[in-house]
Design a protein around this ligand. Structure first.
Ligand SMILES: C[C@H](NC(=O)[C@@H](N)CCCCN)C(=O)O
Length: 451
């Protein structure tokens, strides 16, 4: 009888997996929107006059407000106002940002006085690009804010349950979003008379569905909170205070995880941006063939991340997975630097890409579920936001450094060595993490589910 009264919504597997599907779909749509223009670079150049420099400025705009401090604010909002408020706010920001971007590239906007005014200053950046970049900045705030909210929501709903599997599945669904948008965006553009506006409109509608998903999830979460209150749960009742941020910054473990995160992801996402061109020039193939080769990278990560998440739930070994993932990444980037130019074979390239995909499953699958083990739940949102913030600094600047190096050296050897060096530093940090965990007993090597 007592057991029946205390059974909470997240004790039901159907309810907690439904909650996961709702929020993971919102992130799937978000990741689709992030890359909706990536396969349309040549089209936007001919339609709106964006050269590669303009395209680069537009791409960086996603991270600018976050790096300037929005992400820190986002974490404070999350810990102070909760998952439901922050989730709805962030998905709304994504819809608003996407709508601004849609207006910026639309045919209607090009003929307005506002567009002419935007065209009249910083003339290398067309008015359409200024408006689209502004929209992408707002969207970027919502997207990263939603990312930290989803991590905190999963930690809450899956605590003591399949938490790493759930985080792994959420990331897998996001990776599928990247694959999906690379597949559908050029097709939609072609269907609608070679228009860049149609794919953006399509993905904006998907973001509205994502917002609705979050509202439905919020209804479920409110019910769970009511039960947690009634069941006298072990959830913290203590209020979050801004001064708690000091607790995060003074945690050695936090710094190791955050630095490992920025170093590792800076050798992955920026590499992803240059990979097609690298394969083109190294293998002497067309860009379609190069993109076809590289698209297996997120797909393999998509398949393996939840499998490794489940392994982590049942067997543990999180710190070891981080070490292995960093080691594999170093080997792959060194192979891209030295071996592939000597043996320029498509199958060999595919093998390295697939192995790098294994690394891109091991590290995310182990990294994000480790955070709730080292940080108090009251400040978990802020901790995720500060990790994302430090990561965003790397994601914003590393592509610029790689671009400058490419221009200066005229080849990919030094850029690949930079990526490999980031991996070496990540590996050193993963050793430090394992040693520190052994000393302090955070349980990073322990399974989440005690069988
Ligand atoms: C969960 C993790 N997401 C991130 O690290 C985001 N901060 C970066 C998203 C990049 C796309 N704008 C991941 O995807 O592994």
């Amino acid at each position: 009888m007592t057991e029946a009264i205390q059974r909470k919504l997240n004790d039901s597997a159907a309810a907690r997996w439904t909650a996961l599907v709702l929020i993971a779909l919102a992130m799937f749509f978000a990741y689709m929107f992030v890359d909706v223009m990536s396969p349309l670079q040549s089209l936007i150049e001919s339609e709106r006059g964006w050269d590669s420099g303009v395209f680069g400025t537009y791409a960086a705009s996603e991270y600018i407000l976050n790096v300037c401090g929005f992400l820190i604010l986002a974490g404070i909002i999350l810990d102070k106002c909760g998952i439901r408020f922050t989730g709805i706010l962030s998905t709304s920001l994504m819809v608003i940002g996407a709508s601004i971007k849609y207006i910026g590239v639309s045919d209607w906007f090009q003929a307005t006085a506002m567009c002419s005014w935007l065209d009249s200053w910083w003339t290398t950046l067309p008015g359409s690009a200024k408006m689209a970049s502004f929209g992408f900045m707002v969207f970027g705030c919502g997207c990263e804010m939603a990312g930290i909210t989803v991590s905190k929501a999963i930690a809450k709903w899956f605590k003591g349950k399949e938490m790493a599997l759930a985080m792994g599945l959420e990331m897998a669904i996001a990776r599928l979003g990247v694959f999906a948008v690379f597949s559908v965006s050029p097709k939609i553009a072609t269907q609608f008379d070679n228009s860049v506006v149609a794919p953006i409109a399509f993905c904006t509608v998907l973001l509205i569905i994502g917002l609705i998903n979050f509202i439905v999830f919020s209804v479920m979460d409110a019910k769970l909170d009511k039960q947690l209150g009634e069941a006298n749960s072990d959830e913290p009742t203590e209020e979050f205070k801004v001064s708690d941020l000091g607790r995060i910054f003074s945690s050695k473990m936090f710094w190791i995880v955050a630095l490992l995160c920025v170093l590792y992801y800076s050798a992955i996402f920026p590499f992803q941006r240059y990979a097609t061109n690298y394969l083109e020039v190294t293998l002497h193939i067309e860009k379609e063939a190069a993109a076809d080769l590289f698209r297996w990278f997120p797909i393999l990560a998509m398949i393996l991340t939840p499998v490794l998440g489940s392994f982590l739930d049942h067997k543990g070994k999180g710190a070891t997975m981080l070490m292995l993932g960093s080691l594999i990444m170093i080997a792959c980037h060194l192979s891209f630097a030295f071996l592939l130019p000597i043996y320029p074979n498509e199958w060999f390239a595919l093998l390295i890409i697939v192995i790098l995909g294994v690394s891109f499953s091991l590290v995310p699958a182990a990294l994000w579920p480790s955070v709730p083990k080292i940080i108090d739940p009251v400040i978990l949102g802020s901790a995720y936001s500060l990790i994302f913030w430090i990561q965003n600094i790397g994601l914003c600047f590393v592509p610029l450094i790689i671009g400058m190096t490419l221009k200066a050296t005229g080849g990919y050897l030094v850029p690949m060595l930079i990526f490999a060096s980031l991996g070496v530093l990540a590996l050193i940090l993963s050793f430090a993490l394992k040693a520190f965990d052994k000393k302090k007993g955070f349980g990073l090597e322990e399974p989440n589910i005690k069988e």
